[in-house]
Write a protein that binds this ligand. Structure first.
Ligand code: FE
Ligand code: CA
Length: 529
């Protein structure tokens, strides 16, 4: 249970893990099995450092309850070559039991804009080697950035064969935009491709187990080992449609949702290559009311700025839910005055102000990329003669969206590109200064992704929905996959990589569509795949 971990124990574990000091006086068992069965990962790169991640996990760790209280010192090294002949740095980090035996190493002073290899060792057991990179220095002018953006990987809905393709695409960075796990009880999926034998996820132990199931997927593991990831979350990392500290809509009620959220946030930290500083912000550390600060900006030299948002943690509850039950719904905005209450927010004031500051500095970058959870532009659905809106997305927070649109317009943000996830469909279009006036200025382009595995049932209604949302020029609900976005000083190109059949682990892949946007333009040109 979460309550077993006090704030003091956590801070101690964090301090110890950064110093490489295991708790004294512990006798550590000899490990028979390789404890690196969840693989390795890296992420949150800067120009002189990058987070190196692993978590000790094996059947042995599961079987022997005494392991749960023991800390393990783990050696790590980072080198210029895959044979580890030219080691740049090495050290020891503690896999602390308070943090689920996870490790987050942050080597400092690495050379900028270079690729490295890293690995971990515990006694005679060696992890696989991962490959990672640092960002270019701030004032440099790189000629290429290749980003894979993806989201929504429901394990029961399909294999993660999309990552087999992504591996071949050799991106500099993977941008994961939410729904890394799903908290549902195993077996709820109709016609599951593969089944999870675990119930609803509500406690720290539950969340840890769920991440361990996902992280044993070989394609996901291989992609984590291939390049750094930048991650943000959506709702399913905690509970479907939760909003800030208000519970969502599916699964068992828990007596204390804030404690559940804190457990989920801790497990997220334990399994993601994110910095220790994301965890220690907030008044109570990981306890009630805790914050996990995921919103951030990464500059890729002067070529691109990557701004990552968190639209889950700080939001107001959804408006006008039928019978006031929590969660999201399709609503008719003409009968929902609450929607436009000025105090309702999706980002929260602190993040909103922070975003405005970032946008004020946007002139220094050729491309301004904003990665966030869901479709940003209005996305109405014609149902029974009415146009309904989804109150769980940006359409449910129109005042917050309009504030951002005004800032984007005021700052004349150069080459704005919004990337998104959540909706399990591709939607590609233009961002207007005022969507109620189609002739208003076009501020940038939006590429909202499909899912790695999660299903949609929107295929039949897609043509009608596309027609009802004329600011979008392309949509697809048929294929799982991701988007590969390449940025050069002259243009952005996006290739939608599709999986033919997610029920096959080694499914065929193909290019569903390709697009190009020239620097200085907001015109989305379709190209031959
Ligand atoms: Fe999803
Ligand atoms: Ca949801």
């Amino acid at each position: 249970m979460t309550a077993a971990i006090t704030r003091r124990a956590l801070l101690k574990a964090l301090a110890a893990s950064s110093l490489g000091l295991p708790a004294v006086g512990q006798t550590r068992p000899t490990l028979q099995q390789n404890p690196f069965q969840l693989g390795v990962a890296s992420g949150s790169p800067e120009s002189d450092s990058v987070v190196l991640w692993t978590r000790l996990f094996s059947a042995e760790f599961q079987a022997d309850p005494s392991f749960a209280t023991i800390d393990f010192p783990v050696q790590w090294e980072i080198a210029r070559d895959p044979a580890f002949a030219d080691v740049v740095q090495r050290g020891v980090a503690v896999a602390s039991s308070a943090l689920g035996h996870s490790i987050h190493v942050e080597p400092a002073g690495l050379p900028a804009g270079q690729w490295f290899y890293y690995r971990f060792r515990l006694n005679e057991h060696l992890s696989r080697a991962g490959r990672t990179r640092t960002l270019p220095v701030a004032q440099s002018t790189p000629d290429l950035l290749r980003v894979a953006y993806c989201s929504c990987q429901n394990y029961e809905h399909g294999y993660f064969s999309a990552y087999q393709q992504m591996l071949k695409d050799k991106p500099d960075l993977v941008l994961f935009l939410g729904d890394y796990i799903y908290e549902y009880a195993g077996g709820r999926t109709k016609h599951p491709v593969r089944q999870i034998s675990q119930g609803w996820v509500t406690s720290l132990d539950d969340y840890r187990q769920r991440y361990a199931i996902y992280r044993q997927d070989p394609d996901l593991q291989a992609m984590h080992a291939a390049c750094p990831w930048i991650v943000t979350w959506d709702d399913h990392e905690v509970q479907n449609d939760y909003a800030g500290t208000r519970p969502g809509s599916q699964g068992p009620d828990v007596p204390d949702f804030v404690a559940r959220r804190a457990a989920a946030y801790q497990a997220y930290y334990e399994h993601m290559p994110i910095r220790q500083s994301t965890l220690t912000r907030g008044v109570d550390g990981l306890l009630q009311g805790a914050e996990l600060r995921l919103y951030q900006r990464l500059p890729f030299g002067r070529l691109a700025s990557l701004t990552i948002l968190d639209s889950r943690q700080y939001r107001s509850p959804q408006a006008c839910n039928p019978k006031a039950r929590p969660g999201g719904a399709w609503i008719d905005e003409t009968s929902c005055d609450a929607l436009s209450a000025p105090e309702r927010t999706l980002l929260g004031k602190a993040q909103h102000d922070w975003l405005a500051d970032q946008l004020a500095a946007s002139q220094g970058f050729r491309w301004n990329i904003i990665g966030q959870q869901t479709v940003f532009s209005p996305w109405v659905s014609p149902q029974k003669g009415r146009l309904l809106k989804r109150n769980d997305g940006w359409d449910g927070y129109p005042i917050d969206r309009q504030r951002i649109l005004s800032t984007l317009q005021k700052r004349a943000v150069p080459n704005l590109v919004m990337l998104g996830g959540d909706i399990h469909e591709h939607w590609i279009g233009q961002i207007k200064a005022d969507f109620n006036h189609p002739t208003s200025e076009t501020l940038g382009v939006e590429f909202c992704g499909t899912s790695i595995a999660s299903r949609t049932n929107g295929e039949a209604s897609l043509p009608a929905r596309l027609a009802a949302n004329p600011h979008f020029s392309f949509a697809d609900a048929s294929y799982r996959g991701y988007g590969l976005a390449e940025f050069t000083p002259e243009r952005m190109t996006v290739r939608l990589q599709a999986v033919r059949d997610p029920s096959q682990r080694n499914s065929d892949r193909f290019v569903l569509a390709s697009f190009q946007v020239a620097s200085g333009s907001t015109r989305i040109e379709r190209r031959d795949p």
